[in-house]
Each structure stands twice: as structure tokens, then as C-alpha cells.
Design a protein around this ligand. Sequence first.
Ligand SMILES: Cc1cc2nc3c(=O)[nH]c(=O)nc-3n(C[C@H](O)[C@H](O)[C@H](O)COP(=O)(O)OP(=O)(O)OC[C@H]3O[C@@H](n4cnc5c(N)ncnc54)[C@H](O)[C@@H]3O)c2cc1C
Length: 284
Amino acid sequence: MNLDEFDISKPFYGRVLSTERLTPHEATEVRHIEIEVDHDEAAFEPGHSIGLLLPGPHAYGHKNHLRLYSLANIEYGPHGKPILGICVRRLFYVDEYSGESYPGLASNYLCDVPSGQKLTLTGPYGMPFPVPGDSAAPLIMVGLGVGIAPFRALLREIYRERGAWSGPVRLFHGARTGLELLYHNDHKNDFAQYYDEETFQAIKALSPEPHLDEPVPIAQKLAEHVYGVWELLKDPRAHLYVAGSEHVEHTLEKAFQHMAGGLKPWTEKKTAMQADGRYAELLY
Ligand SMILES: Cc1cc2nc3c(=O)[nH]c(=O)nc-3n(C[C@H](O)[C@H](O)[C@H](O)COP(=O)(O)OP(=O)(O)OC[C@H]3O[C@@H](n4cnc5c(N)ncnc54)[C@H](O)[C@@H]3O)c2cc1C
């Protein structure tokens, strides 16, 4: 869906509570930002995104600059106000002709925003990643780069809010270097809190040649775990969720086809899971 088609008619305010860099200085900057929002009617769920609305005018003549960010955590403050976490990668656009670097408007605004700052927000948007009703259900998540955000929200929900989760949980996540692994690097190891959960396994995929801008070998990681994943997906309760840059869509489709033994069995599997609400993707 084109960003112009998103409903921005009911904006609400947010106040930045904290902002923290997730990656060390030698890696691409990604920040975790906590925002208290003035919106108690909307139900925020893992898989939802909120919109940051930067009032214009901006270059290229657009009035409002709207960009979406997936929720990395959803909590409620003492007064019942939602406190939302987002994970923002500072983006630069490099002009291929001049070689000049232009800062992305919303991501740079958010990465520079101080605590206490008021934001104009919209949403929530998108389909949530539903928490399976049966806590014995296998849950497989594939989140690349900032695509890890909705799964952080989901993991917090299943382990913290729901208590024990007896089904196997597999999180495939990837980055170019270990330092860029969000919430799971030497600097900040958020997922470590789940390590003692017997059922939880995080599988990381790192680029073999990070300096060459090689794609993250997520397909290879899925292939290494193909039998395990395919076995889990045979369970009629299994859920499979995918999130991240749309550039990896093709790679992931190929990996899943390989896992299923061809295009036809994979398409059948995916269609059946989608119809049951057990497959969902958030690719942008
Ligand atoms: C559903 C959804 C969820 C998302 N979740 C996240 C998330 O959790 N975390 C996250 O970091 N991002 C997320 N994104 C991406 C995010 O919404 C923004 O697209 C991203 O942050 C870049 O926005 P920006 O305003 O910083 O950059 P923009 O100002 O939009 O610039 C980025 C692009 O604009 C164009 N552009 C910019 N400058 C020029 C120029 N001078 N000449 C020509 N073209 C130019 C280029 O195409 C460039 O790639 C999500 C997107 C979607 C759709």
C-alpha cells in the first residue's frame, strides 16, 4: 500500500521517554526509542506499526512526511497510557550520480530526538502477528535487520505476559556483522533473558564478508535448519512469521521452497497457513 493511502486523519501525540543507541559506534546506528502515547482507545499489538508524521513543507513539495516504524515493545504506564518502543535505523540515501549522501528525513529526526520531545503520530497500522492461542504451538520467526522489532514485542508478550510457553520457539535473525545484531550483541543482549527458556532458540545469520555489503546469508541458515523447521511446520498449530526489508523476499521464498521440496508444496503450505492465520509477513 502506498504511504499516501494511509489514514492520517486522527493523529495523536507521543512523548519520548528515552532513546538509546543499540549498536556500537563502529556499526550502523540503530536506536531504541521509548514513547509514551496519548491514545488509550487503540489496541497496539505485536506486528503493528505506528506512523511518525513530520509536518512540512519538505523538499520535493510534500506536505506531511509519514514514515512507519514497527513496535518493538508494548507496555502500559502507571496511568494506563501505552508506552511503545520502536527501533530505528538511521538511513542515508546516497545519490548514485553525485555520490552525495542525503539524510532520510524521519529516521534522522528520530535518531536525533531528545527525551521529552513531543511527536505527532498516527496509526496503528498493519496486521498484527497474533499470539497463537495454544501455548504448545511451535512459533518460527524470521526477522532481518530492524525486522527483529515485531518479534521482540511478540517474545515479550509470550514469555512475560503469558508466562511459560511450552511450544518450540525459533528466532532466525540476521545482520551484516555481530555488532549490528539488534538486541543481541555484546553491547546489549536483550534476548539473553530468554536463554533459560528450554524451548527458545535464536539462530543468527551473519554476512561472511561484511565489508563487501554481502547479503545476510539467512537462506543458508534456514537451509542448515531445514529439517527441524519443516518438522515444526508439520504441526497444524505451527505459526510462521517473517519481517524485514522486501529485498530479502525473493531469498526467503527460495529458502522456503527448498525446505518444502519445491514451489508447489511451499505454495500449498503457505496458502493453507495463511488461510488459518498461521502465516504472516511484514516486508517493506
Ligand atoms: C510497515 C513498515 C514498517 C517499518 N518499520 C521500520 C522499523 O521498525 N525501523 C526502521 O528503521 N524502519 C522501518 N520502516 C522503514 C521506515 O518507514 C522508513 O522508510 C525509513 O526510516 C526511511 O525513512 P526516512 O524518512 O528516514 O527516509 P526518506 O526521507 O524517506 O529517504 C529514504 C528514501 O527516499 C528517497 N530519497 C531520499 N533523498 C533523496 C534524494 N535526495 N533524491 C532522491 N531520492 C531520495 C530514496 O528512495 C531513499 O531510499 C518501516 C516501513 C514500513 C512500510
